[in-house]
Write a protein that binds this ligand. Structure first.
Ligand code: HEM
Length: 391
Protein backbone atom coordinates (compact mmCIF):
# COMPACT_ATOMS: atom_id res chain seq x y z
CA UNK A 1 0.00 0.00 0.00
CA UNK A 2 1.20 3.47 -0.80
CA UNK A 3 0.17 6.55 1.10
CA UNK A 4 0.18 8.78 -1.96
CA UNK A 5 -2.07 8.82 -5.03
CA UNK A 6 -0.97 6.61 -7.90
CA UNK A 7 -2.57 7.24 -11.29
CA UNK A 8 -1.70 6.43 -14.89
CA UNK A 9 -2.40 9.40 -17.13
CA UNK A 10 -0.87 9.74 -20.57
CA UNK A 11 -0.73 13.53 -20.60
CA UNK A 12 1.13 13.86 -23.89
CA UNK A 13 -0.83 11.23 -25.77
CA UNK A 14 -4.28 12.11 -24.44
CA UNK A 15 -6.60 12.50 -27.44
CA UNK A 16 -9.95 14.23 -27.59
CA UNK A 17 -11.66 17.50 -28.40
CA UNK A 18 -9.54 20.66 -27.93
CA UNK A 19 -8.98 21.37 -24.25
CA UNK A 20 -9.13 17.72 -23.11
CA UNK A 21 -5.63 17.92 -21.62
CA UNK A 22 -6.30 21.23 -19.86
CA UNK A 23 -9.60 20.10 -18.38
CA UNK A 24 -8.00 16.85 -17.21
CA UNK A 25 -5.22 18.76 -15.50
CA UNK A 26 -7.74 21.13 -13.90
CA UNK A 27 -9.49 18.12 -12.39
CA UNK A 28 -6.20 16.49 -11.33
CA UNK A 29 -5.14 19.71 -9.60
CA UNK A 30 -8.46 19.90 -7.78
CA UNK A 31 -8.08 16.27 -6.61
CA UNK A 32 -4.34 16.01 -5.91
CA UNK A 33 -1.57 18.38 -4.93
CA UNK A 34 0.77 15.76 -6.39
CA UNK A 35 0.54 12.17 -7.63
CA UNK A 36 2.74 9.39 -8.92
CA UNK A 37 2.07 8.91 -12.61
CA UNK A 38 2.58 5.25 -13.43
CA UNK A 39 3.47 5.55 -17.11
CA UNK A 40 6.79 4.39 -18.56
CA UNK A 41 9.24 4.34 -15.60
CA UNK A 42 6.80 6.47 -13.62
CA UNK A 43 7.23 10.02 -12.35
CA UNK A 44 5.78 12.51 -9.90
CA UNK A 45 3.44 15.22 -11.13
CA UNK A 46 3.10 18.53 -9.28
CA UNK A 47 -0.12 20.36 -10.07
CA UNK A 48 -0.12 23.63 -8.10
CA UNK A 49 1.38 26.92 -9.22
CA UNK A 50 3.17 27.67 -5.93
CA UNK A 51 4.77 24.21 -5.64
CA UNK A 52 5.83 24.21 -9.28
CA UNK A 53 7.43 27.63 -9.02
CA UNK A 54 9.22 26.59 -5.83
CA UNK A 55 10.57 23.45 -7.51
CA UNK A 56 11.73 25.47 -10.52
CA UNK A 57 13.61 27.74 -8.14
CA UNK A 58 15.30 24.95 -6.17
CA UNK A 59 17.79 23.56 -8.70
CA UNK A 60 19.91 21.90 -6.02
CA UNK A 61 17.03 19.43 -5.54
CA UNK A 62 15.34 19.60 -8.95
CA UNK A 63 18.04 19.10 -11.55
CA UNK A 64 17.95 19.78 -15.29
CA UNK A 65 19.79 16.51 -15.90
CA UNK A 66 16.61 15.59 -17.80
CA UNK A 67 13.63 17.80 -18.66
CA UNK A 68 11.45 15.02 -20.10
CA UNK A 69 9.56 13.08 -17.42
CA UNK A 70 9.63 9.78 -19.32
CA UNK A 71 13.32 10.03 -20.22
CA UNK A 72 15.38 10.14 -17.00
CA UNK A 73 18.75 9.56 -18.70
CA UNK A 74 18.65 11.26 -22.09
CA UNK A 75 21.03 10.11 -24.80
CA UNK A 76 21.20 13.74 -26.03
CA UNK A 77 22.54 16.83 -24.25
CA UNK A 78 20.63 19.99 -25.06
CA UNK A 79 22.63 23.09 -24.15
CA UNK A 80 22.16 25.17 -22.10
CA UNK A 81 19.00 23.23 -21.08
CA UNK A 82 20.46 20.08 -19.55
CA UNK A 83 22.92 21.76 -17.20
CA UNK A 84 22.60 23.01 -13.65
CA UNK A 85 24.04 26.09 -11.92
CA UNK A 86 26.80 27.21 -11.99
CA UNK A 87 27.69 25.52 -15.31
CA UNK A 88 24.37 26.52 -16.85
CA UNK A 89 25.10 30.26 -17.02
CA UNK A 90 28.43 29.63 -18.70
CA UNK A 91 26.60 28.16 -21.67
CA UNK A 92 23.61 30.49 -21.55
CA UNK A 93 25.42 33.82 -21.20
CA UNK A 94 27.03 33.83 -24.66
CA UNK A 95 23.61 33.25 -26.26
CA UNK A 96 21.73 35.85 -24.29
CA UNK A 97 22.61 38.89 -26.39
CA UNK A 98 21.18 37.28 -29.57
CA UNK A 99 17.83 36.83 -27.90
CA UNK A 100 17.57 40.08 -25.93
CA UNK A 101 14.63 42.43 -26.58
CA UNK A 102 17.08 44.69 -28.43
CA UNK A 103 18.18 41.89 -30.79
CA UNK A 104 14.63 40.78 -31.37
CA UNK A 105 13.90 44.25 -32.82
CA UNK A 106 16.27 43.37 -35.66
CA UNK A 107 14.31 40.23 -36.54
CA UNK A 108 10.88 41.87 -36.56
CA UNK A 109 10.89 43.17 -40.16
CA UNK A 110 11.93 39.72 -41.43
CA UNK A 111 9.23 37.98 -39.40
CA UNK A 112 6.64 40.43 -40.72
CA UNK A 113 7.79 39.83 -44.27
CA UNK A 114 7.53 36.06 -43.76
CA UNK A 115 4.00 36.44 -42.38
CA UNK A 116 2.86 38.54 -45.29
CA UNK A 117 4.31 36.24 -47.94
CA UNK A 118 2.89 33.13 -46.29
CA UNK A 119 -0.57 34.69 -45.97
CA UNK A 120 -0.53 35.98 -49.56
CA UNK A 121 0.25 32.45 -50.77
CA UNK A 122 -3.24 31.27 -49.77
CA UNK A 123 -5.44 34.25 -48.95
CA UNK A 124 -7.25 34.33 -52.29
CA UNK A 125 -8.21 30.70 -51.92
CA UNK A 126 -10.38 31.59 -48.94
CA UNK A 127 -9.27 28.61 -46.90
CA UNK A 128 -6.19 27.02 -45.37
CA UNK A 129 -5.24 24.23 -43.02
CA UNK A 130 -3.66 26.57 -40.48
CA UNK A 131 -1.02 24.20 -39.08
CA UNK A 132 0.57 23.15 -42.36
CA UNK A 133 -0.23 26.37 -44.22
CA UNK A 134 0.97 28.89 -41.63
CA UNK A 135 1.99 27.69 -38.16
CA UNK A 136 4.61 25.22 -39.42
CA UNK A 137 6.20 27.74 -41.74
CA UNK A 138 6.62 30.92 -39.72
CA UNK A 139 8.70 29.45 -36.84
CA UNK A 140 10.89 27.53 -39.30
CA UNK A 141 11.49 30.64 -41.42
CA UNK A 142 12.20 32.64 -38.26
CA UNK A 143 14.76 30.06 -37.15
CA UNK A 144 16.56 30.26 -40.48
CA UNK A 145 16.55 34.06 -40.28
CA UNK A 146 18.06 34.09 -36.76
CA UNK A 147 20.78 31.58 -37.50
CA UNK A 148 21.42 33.10 -40.92
CA UNK A 149 20.58 29.99 -42.90
CA UNK A 150 18.93 29.98 -46.34
CA UNK A 151 15.19 30.52 -45.90
CA UNK A 152 14.70 27.83 -48.53
CA UNK A 153 15.87 25.34 -45.86
CA UNK A 154 12.82 26.10 -43.68
CA UNK A 155 10.81 23.13 -45.10
CA UNK A 156 13.61 20.80 -43.96
CA UNK A 157 13.08 21.97 -40.37
CA UNK A 158 9.31 21.64 -40.70
CA UNK A 159 9.69 18.06 -41.88
CA UNK A 160 12.10 17.15 -39.06
CA UNK A 161 9.91 18.80 -36.40
CA UNK A 162 6.85 16.90 -37.61
CA UNK A 163 8.73 13.60 -37.64
CA UNK A 164 9.98 14.24 -34.13
CA UNK A 165 6.48 14.93 -32.90
CA UNK A 166 5.65 11.49 -34.31
CA UNK A 167 2.81 12.69 -36.52
CA UNK A 168 4.61 11.54 -39.60
CA UNK A 169 6.00 8.03 -39.68
CA UNK A 170 3.00 6.62 -37.75
CA UNK A 171 4.06 3.16 -36.50
CA UNK A 172 7.77 3.75 -36.78
CA UNK A 173 7.41 7.10 -35.06
CA UNK A 174 10.09 6.62 -32.41
CA UNK A 175 12.88 5.52 -34.72
CA UNK A 176 11.80 8.13 -37.26
CA UNK A 177 12.08 10.80 -34.58
CA UNK A 178 15.60 9.63 -33.71
CA UNK A 179 16.48 9.74 -37.41
CA UNK A 180 15.03 13.27 -37.68
CA UNK A 181 17.26 14.39 -34.80
CA UNK A 182 20.24 12.88 -36.60
CA UNK A 183 19.20 14.66 -39.80
CA UNK A 184 19.12 18.04 -38.05
CA UNK A 185 22.46 17.38 -36.40
CA UNK A 186 23.99 16.36 -39.74
CA UNK A 187 22.65 19.56 -41.27
CA UNK A 188 24.24 21.67 -38.53
CA UNK A 189 27.58 19.83 -38.90
CA UNK A 190 27.60 20.96 -42.53
CA UNK A 191 26.64 24.59 -41.91
CA UNK A 192 29.25 24.91 -39.15
CA UNK A 193 31.88 23.53 -41.46
CA UNK A 194 30.80 26.02 -44.17
CA UNK A 195 31.09 28.90 -41.70
CA UNK A 196 34.51 27.79 -40.55
CA UNK A 197 35.63 27.78 -44.17
CA UNK A 198 34.02 31.16 -44.87
CA UNK A 199 33.34 33.14 -41.69
CA UNK A 200 31.03 36.16 -41.86
CA UNK A 201 30.78 39.25 -39.65
CA UNK A 202 30.42 37.90 -36.07
CA UNK A 203 28.48 40.98 -35.00
CA UNK A 204 25.63 40.13 -37.37
CA UNK A 205 26.05 36.43 -38.19
CA UNK A 206 25.06 34.08 -35.39
CA UNK A 207 27.12 31.08 -36.47
CA UNK A 208 30.30 33.13 -36.97
CA UNK A 209 29.69 34.67 -33.55
CA UNK A 210 29.26 31.24 -31.94
CA UNK A 211 32.48 30.00 -33.53
CA UNK A 212 34.31 32.83 -31.76
CA UNK A 213 32.28 32.80 -28.52
CA UNK A 214 33.87 31.72 -25.26
CA UNK A 215 32.49 29.40 -22.63
CA UNK A 216 34.43 29.56 -19.38
CA UNK A 217 37.39 31.20 -21.10
CA UNK A 218 37.68 28.78 -24.03
CA UNK A 219 35.91 28.34 -27.38
CA UNK A 220 32.84 26.10 -27.60
CA UNK A 221 33.72 22.53 -28.62
CA UNK A 222 32.09 21.24 -31.81
CA UNK A 223 29.68 18.97 -29.88
CA UNK A 224 28.73 21.87 -27.60
CA UNK A 225 27.94 24.05 -30.60
CA UNK A 226 25.81 21.29 -32.08
CA UNK A 227 23.98 20.70 -28.79
CA UNK A 228 23.26 24.43 -28.60
CA UNK A 229 21.96 24.63 -32.16
CA UNK A 230 19.80 21.57 -31.59
CA UNK A 231 18.24 23.26 -28.56
CA UNK A 232 17.42 26.35 -30.57
CA UNK A 233 15.77 24.23 -33.26
CA UNK A 234 13.80 22.05 -30.84
CA UNK A 235 12.97 24.91 -28.52
CA UNK A 236 11.63 27.22 -31.17
CA UNK A 237 9.66 25.22 -33.73
CA UNK A 238 6.93 23.16 -32.10
CA UNK A 239 6.42 25.53 -29.19
CA UNK A 240 5.66 28.60 -31.28
CA UNK A 241 3.61 26.60 -33.76
CA UNK A 242 1.46 25.15 -30.99
CA UNK A 243 0.97 28.52 -29.31
CA UNK A 244 -0.21 30.03 -32.61
CA UNK A 245 -2.56 27.19 -33.31
CA UNK A 246 -4.32 27.51 -29.93
CA UNK A 247 -4.83 31.26 -30.17
CA UNK A 248 -6.15 30.91 -33.72
CA UNK A 249 -8.42 28.04 -32.73
CA UNK A 250 -9.78 30.14 -29.86
CA UNK A 251 -10.36 33.19 -32.05
CA UNK A 252 -12.02 31.12 -34.79
CA UNK A 253 -14.42 29.87 -32.10
CA UNK A 254 -15.08 33.15 -30.31
CA UNK A 255 -16.31 35.84 -32.71
CA UNK A 256 -16.41 38.46 -29.95
CA UNK A 257 -12.75 38.04 -29.09
CA UNK A 258 -11.86 37.85 -32.78
CA UNK A 259 -13.72 41.08 -33.49
CA UNK A 260 -11.95 42.86 -30.63
CA UNK A 261 -8.52 41.79 -31.93
CA UNK A 262 -9.35 42.77 -35.51
CA UNK A 263 -10.73 46.17 -34.47
CA UNK A 264 -8.08 46.98 -31.87
CA UNK A 265 -4.60 45.52 -32.52
CA UNK A 266 -3.27 47.28 -29.40
CA UNK A 267 -4.93 44.42 -27.49
CA UNK A 268 -2.64 41.88 -29.15
CA UNK A 269 0.31 41.93 -26.69
CA UNK A 270 -1.92 41.18 -23.69
CA UNK A 271 -4.00 38.71 -25.73
CA UNK A 272 -0.83 36.77 -26.60
CA UNK A 273 0.04 36.51 -22.88
CA UNK A 274 -3.46 35.34 -22.07
CA UNK A 275 -3.38 32.64 -24.74
CA UNK A 276 0.00 31.45 -23.44
CA UNK A 277 -1.55 31.25 -19.97
CA UNK A 278 -4.86 29.65 -20.89
CA UNK A 279 -3.45 27.21 -23.47
CA UNK A 280 0.07 26.53 -22.16
CA UNK A 281 2.19 24.73 -24.68
CA UNK A 282 4.80 22.83 -22.69
CA UNK A 283 5.52 21.44 -19.25
CA UNK A 284 9.01 20.69 -17.99
CA UNK A 285 10.44 17.92 -15.86
CA UNK A 286 13.31 17.76 -13.39
CA UNK A 287 15.33 14.94 -11.83
CA UNK A 288 15.48 14.73 -8.03
CA UNK A 289 19.05 14.93 -6.67
CA UNK A 290 18.38 13.61 -3.14
CA UNK A 291 15.63 12.06 -1.04
CA UNK A 292 13.27 14.82 -0.01
CA UNK A 293 9.82 15.31 1.47
CA UNK A 294 8.40 18.02 -0.77
CA UNK A 295 5.21 19.27 0.90
CA UNK A 296 4.32 15.69 1.80
CA UNK A 297 5.49 14.15 -1.47
CA UNK A 298 8.09 11.46 -0.66
CA UNK A 299 10.55 11.96 -3.51
CA UNK A 300 13.57 9.72 -3.87
CA UNK A 301 16.93 10.54 -5.44
CA UNK A 302 16.70 9.79 -9.17
CA UNK A 303 12.91 10.22 -9.41
CA UNK A 304 11.58 12.32 -12.27
CA UNK A 305 9.09 15.10 -11.48
CA UNK A 306 6.81 16.77 -14.00
CA UNK A 307 6.44 20.46 -13.17
CA UNK A 308 3.14 20.83 -14.94
CA UNK A 309 3.22 24.37 -16.26
CA UNK A 310 0.01 23.38 -18.03
CA UNK A 311 -1.65 22.91 -14.64
CA UNK A 312 0.10 25.89 -12.99
CA UNK A 313 -1.03 28.62 -15.35
CA UNK A 314 -4.66 27.62 -14.85
CA UNK A 315 -4.50 27.37 -11.05
CA UNK A 316 -7.52 29.18 -9.52
CA UNK A 317 -5.40 30.03 -6.44
CA UNK A 318 -3.46 32.43 -8.64
CA UNK A 319 -5.66 33.25 -11.63
CA UNK A 320 -9.21 34.45 -11.26
CA UNK A 321 -11.59 32.38 -13.45
CA UNK A 322 -8.65 30.60 -15.05
CA UNK A 323 -10.74 28.78 -17.66
CA UNK A 324 -12.05 32.09 -18.94
CA UNK A 325 -9.93 33.82 -21.61
CA UNK A 326 -9.71 37.54 -20.83
CA UNK A 327 -7.79 39.25 -23.58
CA UNK A 328 -6.80 42.13 -21.29
CA UNK A 329 -6.10 40.10 -18.12
CA UNK A 330 -3.96 42.09 -15.68
CA UNK A 331 -1.94 41.09 -13.86
CA UNK A 332 -1.03 37.95 -15.78
CA UNK A 333 2.05 36.46 -14.16
CA UNK A 334 1.90 33.15 -15.98
CA UNK A 335 4.91 30.84 -16.14
CA UNK A 336 4.41 29.51 -19.68
CA UNK A 337 8.09 30.31 -20.35
CA UNK A 338 9.27 28.66 -17.12
CA UNK A 339 10.22 30.12 -13.76
CA UNK A 340 13.88 29.37 -13.19
CA UNK A 341 17.33 30.31 -14.36
CA UNK A 342 16.40 28.26 -17.45
CA UNK A 343 13.50 30.58 -18.26
CA UNK A 344 12.93 30.54 -22.00
CA UNK A 345 15.82 32.19 -23.77
CA UNK A 346 13.60 32.76 -26.81
CA UNK A 347 10.67 34.30 -24.92
CA UNK A 348 11.14 37.80 -26.39
CA UNK A 349 11.43 36.34 -29.85
CA UNK A 350 8.42 34.06 -29.36
CA UNK A 351 6.31 36.96 -28.08
CA UNK A 352 7.28 39.14 -31.03
CA UNK A 353 6.56 36.30 -33.45
CA UNK A 354 3.16 35.55 -31.94
CA UNK A 355 2.21 39.21 -31.88
CA UNK A 356 3.30 39.88 -35.45
CA UNK A 357 1.51 36.74 -36.67
CA UNK A 358 -1.72 37.86 -34.98
CA UNK A 359 -1.41 41.40 -36.32
CA UNK A 360 -0.69 40.38 -39.90
CA UNK A 361 -3.30 37.64 -39.95
CA UNK A 362 -6.11 39.90 -38.72
CA UNK A 363 -5.06 42.79 -40.94
CA UNK A 364 -5.53 40.54 -43.97
CA UNK A 365 -8.09 38.01 -42.70
CA UNK A 366 -10.17 39.69 -39.99
CA UNK A 367 -13.07 37.28 -40.23
CA UNK A 368 -12.70 33.51 -40.43
CA UNK A 369 -14.15 30.34 -38.97
CA UNK A 370 -13.49 26.64 -38.62
CA UNK A 371 -14.26 24.88 -41.93
CA UNK A 372 -17.80 23.56 -41.97
CA UNK A 373 -18.12 19.97 -40.77
CA UNK A 374 -14.51 19.83 -39.53
CA UNK A 375 -14.08 17.96 -36.26
CA UNK A 376 -11.09 19.49 -34.49
CA UNK A 377 -9.08 17.05 -32.38
CA UNK A 378 -6.18 17.49 -30.01
CA UNK A 379 -3.51 15.06 -28.83
CA UNK A 380 -1.86 16.20 -25.63
CA UNK A 381 -1.14 19.91 -26.07
CA UNK A 382 -1.21 19.72 -29.87
CA UNK A 383 -4.09 20.33 -32.24
CA UNK A 384 -4.03 17.70 -34.98
CA UNK A 385 -5.36 19.99 -37.75
CA UNK A 386 -7.08 23.36 -37.98
CA UNK A 387 -8.94 23.87 -41.27
CA UNK A 388 -10.11 27.49 -41.56
CA UNK A 389 -12.26 29.27 -44.09
CA UNK A 390 -13.12 32.94 -44.82
CA UNK A 391 -15.17 32.49 -47.99
C1 HEM B 1 5.58 29.96 -27.39
C2 HEM B 1 6.83 29.58 -27.57
C3 HEM B 1 7.73 29.03 -26.51
C4 HEM B 1 7.44 28.48 -25.28
C5 HEM B 1 6.07 28.28 -24.66
C6 HEM B 1 8.71 28.11 -24.67
C7 HEM B 1 8.83 27.55 -23.42
C8 HEM B 1 10.03 27.33 -22.77
C9 HEM B 1 10.16 26.89 -21.41
C10 HEM B 1 9.00 26.58 -20.48
C11 HEM B 1 11.49 26.82 -21.12
C12 HEM B 1 12.11 26.49 -19.77
C13 HEM B 1 12.82 25.18 -19.73
C14 HEM B 1 13.24 24.75 -18.34
O1 HEM B 1 12.79 25.30 -17.33
O2 HEM B 1 14.04 23.82 -18.26
C15 HEM B 1 12.20 27.19 -22.32
C16 HEM B 1 13.58 27.20 -22.43
C17 HEM B 1 14.25 27.52 -23.61
N1 HEM B 1 13.70 28.01 -24.76
FE1 HEM B 1 11.72 28.33 -25.11
N2 HEM B 1 9.73 28.43 -25.53
C18 HEM B 1 9.18 29.02 -26.65
C19 HEM B 1 9.88 29.52 -27.74
C20 HEM B 1 11.24 29.52 -27.89
C21 HEM B 1 11.96 30.07 -28.99
C22 HEM B 1 11.33 30.81 -30.18
C23 HEM B 1 13.29 29.82 -28.78
C24 HEM B 1 14.52 30.16 -29.57
C25 HEM B 1 14.68 30.74 -30.63
C26 HEM B 1 13.40 29.14 -27.52
C27 HEM B 1 14.59 28.73 -26.95
C28 HEM B 1 14.70 28.23 -25.67
C29 HEM B 1 15.98 27.85 -25.07
C30 HEM B 1 17.36 27.95 -25.74
C31 HEM B 1 15.70 27.41 -23.78
C32 HEM B 1 16.68 26.89 -22.75
C33 HEM B 1 17.10 28.00 -21.83
C34 HEM B 1 18.01 27.53 -20.71
O3 HEM B 1 18.07 26.34 -20.42
O4 HEM B 1 18.68 28.40 -20.15
N3 HEM B 1 12.14 28.98 -27.01
N4 HEM B 1 11.30 27.51 -23.31
Amino acid sequence: MTDFPVLAVDLNGMAGPPGTLYRTLDQLRADHRFFWNDVAQGHWVLTRFADIREAFQTPEVFSNHSIVATDPDPAYRFLPSLTDPPVHMKFRAPLARWFSPHSVERYKPGMRESCRLIIESFVEEGEVEFLAGFADLLPAQTLTRIIDLPISDAPFFVDCANRIRGQVGARGAVSDAVQAMKDIKGYFVEVLSDRRAGPKDPTTDFLSYMLEAQVDGRPFEEEELLDTLMTLAFGSLDTTKTAMSWSTWHLAHHPDDRGRIARDPTLIPSAVEEFLRAYPVVSMARKVTRDVDFHGCPMKRGDMVLLSIQAATRDPEVFDEPDHVRLDRTPNRHIAFGASEHRCLGSHLARAELQIAMEEWHRRIPDYRIAEGAEIRARGPHLEALPLTWR
